[in-house]
Unconditional design. Structure first.
Length: 153
């Protein structure tokens, strides 16, 4: 299991950055290799990815969500991964977005990519593309302001 932590500062208020991040179906616009995300309900997502010529489909569950603070998830099947995205107000119009992910790569190609730092660079690139996406639009394309509490245990 590898842990990846990457950060980007975006020139939008924390509410705008958070609201856009809750629009999971927009992720293919800025995440390399993500072909489609379907939000099945408030806490369940179906992902379709294509990385290095390998297509994978998996489901993920939002395990914790607090407006303007954090979104955490865990995969339910397919590649074993989970993580949290946190949002920190740096100023009136600036937000720090931090991604911390735990990934257990599947297969030879994914393990090689992990060892060569490809996964770290991919997460860093995705955050930079998120920055460009939200700063270019200047406002979120939607929002979900609901709370999801971490299950006890």
């Amino acid at each position: 299991m590898s842990t990846i932590t990457e950060t980007v500062d975006v020139a939008v208020p924390v509410r705008t950055a958070y609201n856009q991040w809750t629009q999971f179906e927009s992720f293919p616009s800025f995440m390399e290799g993500v072909q489609e995300i379907r939000q099945l309900d408030a806490t369940h997502l179906h992902w379709v990815t294509r990385i290095g010529g390998v297509q994978r489909e998996f489901d993920a569950t939002i395990t914790e969500q607090h407006p303007d603070e954090r979104v955490a998830w865990r995969s339910e099947n397919g590649p074993d991964h989970g993580g949290v995205i946190t949002f920190h107000r740096l100023g009136e119009g600036t937000t720090r977005v931090t991604a911390q992910m735990d990934i257990d790569p599947e297969g030879f190609a994914e393990n090689a990519a992990d060892k060569l730092g490809v996964l770290d660079r991919r997460v860093s690139g995705d955050l930079k593309r998120f920055k460009e996406f939200i700063e270019h639009h200047g406002r979120e394309s939607g929002a979900w302001r609901g709370e999801v509490e971490r299950p006890p245990g």
